[in-house]
Design a protein around this ligand. Structure first.
Ligand SMILES: NC(=O)c1ccc[n+]([C@@H]2O[C@H](COP(=O)([O-])OP(=O)(O)OC[C@H]3O[C@@H](n4cnc5c(N)ncnc54)[C@H](O)[C@@H]3O)[C@@H](O)[C@H]2O)c1
Length: 718
């Protein structure tokens, strides 16, 4: 191979991905194996690529003058992003799943067992199957480029690394570090991967292939295949000394049996497999790993998580609209809970943002909030000091709006009051907002159409509904008013994706999607409490269902004032089934708003009963003082089935385009259990007929509010 072919990772010319690996034999006996033709943007390990890798390994085995092999990606910033997820989706037979794993395991081993040194020159994602391949190399050299990401994220898809990952990583870095990587699915930078022991050396991007080549020559001269590897210190003791190994396993198993983790099968299986790496012969460990992959890959959790993965990819594509503006400057008015968080998200993603408020103290708080978040990131070494300073500089706060002539996006986040919002829009016109700028509202319940009436060109008005807290919540509902144009809509979607969120487009209507589906849920929770069920019993039932938080805790978090306001809007729109429960107004009147007033149904720790229980007791007295405890299945039917009905109503009314929007929206917006794959997947598994019959029974025996919509009834018949 000519040295120029391996001297630079950037000198490759772009070609189309043929789906195959690309082998170049050098005249010096060093072979360069690219996992895809030069220039391929994303490399996944499809069946075709694996077969072509097998052919190339066969070719390498037959070369008498071979001195070393360097395995690399197609060019800069890409090694291998992992298995082809469509392949994972398509496997429905556990035996086939196990066979696929065994094939991958032995194929990668074959490459590693070549009688010459096999080296990896890694830049870009080296994930999942990509890393499992790399684990078979004798030496792994990575580029320090920021695109290099090393990890085994399989658990995020409900499976375990099945191409040898649990066995080979555990033996390479030891039990604690392997568990940390495999159970979290975290991605490491090149440097962190070096410290963990996955990568041997980190070099600058432009030196990557050269360094691999030097190392290959050095090894081939000494006749060694690679460095001797041995676990040392605590890594050794914690992996090889059975009592310590058992201690770790017990601790980890306990964590995995708590909270939301308990719903996922893959992590405990991975834990056992990582232990097997030290207690079984290698071949036996690999066999068990393959079997585990086969079992998990066909299970409902994996299928649900893979479904969600594709939905997130679909949501990201919404950010690629051709008419979307590439935002440079934004103005956010209202620097409270939402505005401050939204502005911080924008500053983090390179948008110059001006945050205005009438209250100076709120602006000071907004700055401090960003500062605190950045300090945390700095402490965890997620960003560098100069980056943190640049982010802070991008967020300007002021009580004075200044001129809006340069603003690309104007977003209001003042309190939920139509008159106030209309006044803000009047003001923004007076301050010279350009006719090209997009105008957005973060309202959670008011009409975007009514707001658009303030503008000569209503096509530029759009709702961008972030959830609280904006820094953490992954969903943004993009509200399309009657007049909202494509440019405004696409810009809003692009912004959401740029901020690392998932946009779901929802037509303008009361409660939009998520709050509307939450309406019957929190109303019914309040009704169950008024009947005598404890907040704890209701919350526990929902936690056991897989919700991240029960409805009573959720009410405390959101605040009874907000719940009262939203339920007012919902009851006006859907009076037949969403009458606000008296608890909301009673809690507001008593001044127990929830966490923001130091407690509500729970105290401020969120664990013990709060002062609001007295209000609840009063309401129960008004109901005749009767107290009954509903069974867990009744609680579940009354809380979840009406939500299913409401979600399908949103679809049938054309609020959202597809079931996919319902699935993604409710998982990302309210934490509907991800392992179900979303609310429609859950409903199908539960049986639409079961749900309809239950709701009809409740409508007959309890209250007509439970009556399911015709749309759901028809669906249940088909
Ligand atoms: N809090 C939530 O959970 C949540 C979630 C999604 C959407 N929203 C929506 O976001 C909007 C803001 O809600 P919030 O919770 O941030 O409210 P908030 O009360 O925390 O903040 C509102 C801010 O607006 C400021 N303000 C009031 N009048 C102003 C004016 N004339 N000019 C400039 N600033 C003014 C206030 O000083 C305050 O800082 C509302 O429309 C709400 O419905 C709220």
């Amino acid at each position: 191979m000519s040295s120029s072919a391996v001297s630079s990772s950037t000198s490759v010319t772009s070609q189309q991905d043929t789906g195959r690996v690309h082998l170049e034999m050098g005249s010096d006996g060093i072979a360069l194996l690219r996992l895809a033709p030069a220039g391929t943007k994303v490399v996944t390990l499809t069946e075709e690529r694996l077969r072509s890798l097998e052919e190339s390994i066969g070719e390498l085995e037959s070369k008498a003058d071979l001195k070393a092999v360097i395995v690399t990606g197609p060019g800069p910033k890409m090694f291998a992003a992992g298995a082809d997820i469509k392949l994972i989706q398509g496997i429905t037979d556990p035996v086939k799943g196990a066979e696929a794993a065994e094939y991958g395991q032995s194929l990668f081993a074959k490459l590693g067992e070549l009688p010459v040194p096999v080296l990896g020159a890694i830049e870009g994602p080296c994930l999942g199957g990509g890393l499992e391949l790399a684990l078979c190399f004798d030496v792994r050299i990575a580029s320090s480029d920021g695109s290099t990401k090393i990890g085994l994220p399989e658990v995020k898809l409900g499976i375990i690394p099945g191409f040898g990952g649990t066995q080979r990583l555990s033996r390479l870095v030891g039990l604690p570090k392997a568990l940390d990587m495999i159970l979290t699915g975290k991605m490491l930078s090149a440097e962190k991967a070096r410290k963990t022991g996955v990568i041997d050396r980190v070099v600058p991007a432009e030196r990557l292939l050269e360094a691999a080549r030097e190392e290959a020559e050095k090894l081939s001269k000494t006749g060694r295949k690679g460095p001797a590897r041995k676990l040392r210190g605590m890594d050794h003791w914690m992996s090889k000394f059975p009592p310590l190994r058992g201690f770790i396993a017990k601790k980890v198993a306990k964590t995995l049996s708590r909270g939301q983790a308990r719903f996922y099968e893959a992590p405990p299986r991975a834990l056992e497999l990582c232990m097997d790496a030290f207690r079984l012969p290698a071949a036996e460990g690999l066999k068990r790993e393959a079997k585990a992959l086969g079992d998990l890959i066909v299970g409902p959790t994996s299928k649900g998580l893979v479904h969600l993965y594709f939905l997130t990819e679909r949501a990201k594509r919404l950010g690629r609209g051709e008419e979307a503006i590439d935002l440079q400057r934004a103005m956010v008015v209202g620097g409270g809970a939402m505005g401050a968080g939204i502005a911080a998200c924008m500053a983090n993603k390179s948008i110059q943002v001006r945050l205005c408020d009438v209250a100076t103290e709120n602006l000071v708080k907004a700055k401090a909030r960003l500062q605190k978040a950045l300090a945390k990131k700095l402490a965890r070494r997620r960003i560098k000091k100069h980056e943190a300073m640049a982010i802070q500089d991008r967020l300007a706060v002021s009580t004075d709006w200044g001129s809006l002539a340069q603003t690309d996006l104007f977003l209001e986040a003042v309190p939920e009051n139509m008159q106030l919002k209309a006044k803000i829009f009047e003001q923004c016109k007076a301050k010279g907002l350009s006719e090209d700028a997009i105008v957005a509202t973060n309202t959670s319940s008011l009409s975007v159409d009514e707001m658009a009436e303030n503008f000569a060109d209503p096509s530029r008005v759009v709702g961008i509904h972030f959830f609280n807290p904006p820094e953490k919540m992954p969903l943004v509902e993009i509200i399309r008013g009657k007049a909202t144009g494509d440019r405004a809509l696409q810009t809003a979607c692009k912004l959401a994706v740029r901020l690392g969120k998932f946009p779901v487009i929802v037509q303008n209507s009361p409660g939009f999607l998520v709050n509307r589906c939450l309406g019957p849920y929190i109303n019914e929770a309040a009704a169950l409490m008024a009947e005598g069920n404890s907040p704890e019993a209701i919350d526990q039932t929902m936690l056991d269902f897989g919700m991240p938080m029960g409805p009573a805790r959720l009410l405390d978090e959101v605040g009874f004032d907000v719940a009262a306001k939203v339920s007012e809007v919902l009851s006006a729109a859907y009076p037949d089934r969403m009458q606000p429960d008296p608890l909301f107004a009673a809690m507001v009147e008593a001044g127990f708003l929830g966490q923001k007033t130091g407690g509500g149904l729970y105290d401020k720790t969120g664990k013990q009963p709060g002062r609001g229980r007295a209000v609840l007791a009063g309401l129960r007295q008004l109901n005749g003082g009767e107290s009954r405890s509903a069974s867990r299945s009744e609680i579940l039917e009354r809380l979840i089935y009406p939500m299913v009905d409401e979600a399908y109503r949103c679809l049938d009314e054309g609020l959202v385009e597809s079931e996919s929007d319902l699935d993604l929206g409710l998982v990302m917006g309210m934490g509907f259990p991800p392992f179900t794959g979303g609310i429609t997947r859950y409903a199908e598994r539960e049986g639409l007929r079961t749900i309809v019959e239950s709701l009809e029974r409740l409508a007959g025996s309890k209250d007509p509010r439970f009556m399911p919509a015709n749309g759901l009834k028809e669906r249940s018949r088909s």
